[in-house]
Design a protein around this ligand. Structure first.
Ligand code: B12
Ligand SMILES: *[C@@H]1O[C@H](CO)[C@@H](O)[C@H](O)[C@H]1NC(C)=O
Ligand SMILES: *[C@@H]1O[C@H](CO)[C@@H](O)[C@H](O)[C@H]1NC(C)=O
Ligand SMILES: *[C@@H]1O[C@H](CO)[C@@H](O)[C@H](O)[C@H]1NC(C)=O
Length: 420
């Protein structure tokens, strides 16, 4: 069996610096449609009675037309039956969007969300861009239900975004664009011109920032932000200075699907609408009449699961440099795992080898997130979390080892870093 030494995986706990034109249209070439159907079927198959109900999956299914009507029904009922008391603003917004996409009435959840947004304030003066993701979802959901009462909330939000100078984040920028495009399109007739100017300006700046993240191969941000960015660029009334080539982006995404990059049901839920020319702005206009009588033609070849047959050796260092934390550690360990394993497997193996090593995870829409290593937990209030890095580059997947191989040079250092 071939053995590879997989560089260094550092587990580092450190405090880091917080850091109207014609619109491009594009479509999936018919020959590639089975690829798209394939990931849709795999996303729908992830809906089981035991799985955690994920509203984003229901939204995607309803936007593109579900094949598995049983899964659609099950997910709708599970969401309706779920307890919404402890949901975050963003989760509540997704819940409302999901039920609306299934033509169900989210009831008083809309007014609860509205109240929460009336009290919303950024966590600190120059909060990181990521903290606008959930509130954007909320404004999107509220805008679709009641644009007039959302106007003051969206105005305050837009001003906050405009005043913020933290590093731009594509996923968040895309969500801001969707939310404010909804608002822009629904400014009541006879309102002051100021609303249009404000929303228009944020949209202009945001799409410009998104446009700066379009790579030569068409991917926007990273492969997992591309779906949301496509939605944003396809609806925004303000377009970037440099025209976006939608088909190029589409082709790049299809290519990545072929490479097996869309295995995670949540990643599929975020890419599917764009592949089918749909966006979250279409949610209130769905008719909920099943239209997929025909079953999909699935790809004749299985989509490659990124695994290597042989084991790889991962050498990782747990390295804690966070100021203000008593526990400083810098221990190097070597474990052997199957190639293509996710970092979680590395951590499991490390725990098995060394019972002193500890880590904890929490369940989220993207799967298990590492919440604590050696009793040092992420802390939402302190805005810290365990970050996976290759050298100084954050990994874009939940730490699939394959992903690390993709990052030369071979002497790279991998980190788990408590980021702030
Ligand atoms: C905000 C955010 C975070 C926040 C979450 C907490 C917070 N302060 O809100 C922080 C900064 C902690 C974070 C961390 C990471 N993230 Co993140 N995150 C996002 C973002 C922008 C929005 C998520 C959100 O708020 N959704 C709305 C709420 C309502 O839904 P939710 O289900 O409750 O959201 C939860 C999950 O999304 C979860 N989560 C966030 N990121 C990740 C990553 C993984 C691997 C898992 C399992 C869960 C998870 O935290 C959210 C809040 O609890 C998404 C973008 C996107 N397209 O979804 C990326 C995104 C989900 N993150 C991603 C990544 C890669 C990471 C990291 C692995 C980065 C790294 N190199 O370290 C780490 C996770 C490491 C670990 N400890 O396990 C990728 C996932 C891609 C993939 N295929 O796995 C995304 C899609 C960004 C991207 N385009 O690449 N993230
Ligand atoms: C655009 O990006 C710059 C640089 O990261 C940032 O300062 C600015 O706030 C961003 N603008 C918007 C509207 O996101
Ligand atoms: C951790 O240990 C490695 C090698 O033992 C060393 O090169 C590195 O500087 C150490 N890092 C810290 C922060 O102490
Ligand atoms: C390969 O990795 C697995 C864990 O993924 C481990 O259980 C197994 O012992 C390893 N094989 C060898 C030969 O080390």
């Amino acid at each position: 069996m071939a053995w590879f030494s997989l560089c260094l995986l550092n587990l580092l706990w450190a405090m880091a610096v917080t850091s109207t034109q014609t619109q491009s249209s594009c479509s999936v070439p018919p020959a590639q449609q089975p690829l798209v159907d394939g990931i849709q079927v795999s996303m729908e198959n992830s809906v089981t009675s035991s799985a955690f109900p994920n509203p984003s999956i229901l939204i995607a299914m309803n936007l593109v037309g579900a094949y598995n009507l049983e899964a659609q029904k099950l997910l709708t009922y599970k969401l309706m039956a779920s307890d919404t008391a402890d949901l975050t603003i963003g989760q509540l917004a997704l819940y409302i969007l999901a039920l609306t996409s299934s033509c169900r009435d989210p009831g008083n959840q809309v007014s609860i969300l509205q109240r929460q947004m009336e009290n919303w304030a950024p966590s600190r003066p120059n909060a990181e861009a990521l903290s606008f993701y959930g509130p954007s979802l909320a404004i999107l959901a509220l805008c679709q239900k009641n644009p007039e009462t959302t106007l003051p909330i969206a105005t305050r939000f837009a001003k906050t975004v405009l005043a913020n100078s933290s590093p731009f984040n594509v996923d968040t920028g895309a969500m801001v664009t969707l939310a404010l495009t909804c608002m822009y399109n629904k400014i009541p007739v006879g309102s002051e011109e100021g609303y249009r100017t404000l929303f228009g300006q944020v949209l202009k700046d945001t799409v410009e920032n998104i446009s700066l993240r379009i790579k030569d191969n068409g991917i926007i941000g990273d492969i997992y932000s591309t779906g949301l960015a496509m939605q944003a660029l396809s609806v925004s009334p303000k377009q970037p200075n440099k025209e976006w080539n939608c088909q190029k982006t589409m082709d790049a995404v299809l290519n990545e699907i072929k490479q097996g990059k869309f295995q995670n049901p949540m990643s599929i839920a975020q890419i599917l609408p764009s592949l089918e020319g749909k966006t979250y702005l279409d949610v209130p206009h769905l008719s909920c009449i099943p239209d997929h009588e025909v079953q999909p033609t699935l790809p004749s070849y299985p989509s490659p699961v990124p695994t290597a047959a042989s084991n790889i050796t991962v050498i990782y260092t747990i390295n804690n440099q966070l100021r203000g934390v008593e526990l400083l550690f810098n221990v190097t360990t070597e474990v052997s795992v199957r190639g293509g394993s996710v970092l979680l497997v590395v951590l499991e193996e490390a725990k098995r080898k060394n019972p002193m090593f500890k880590f904890e995870t929490t369940m989220t829409s993207w799967g298990l997130m590492v919440s604590s290593i050696n009793d040092i937990a992420e802390n939402v209030n302190h805005k810290t979390y365990w970050q996976f890095l290759s050298g100084v580059t954050p990994l874009i997947e939940g730490g699939r080892i394959e992903e690390m191989w993709a990052f030369p040079p071979s002497k790279a250092t991998y980190f788990f870093s408590l980021f702030n």
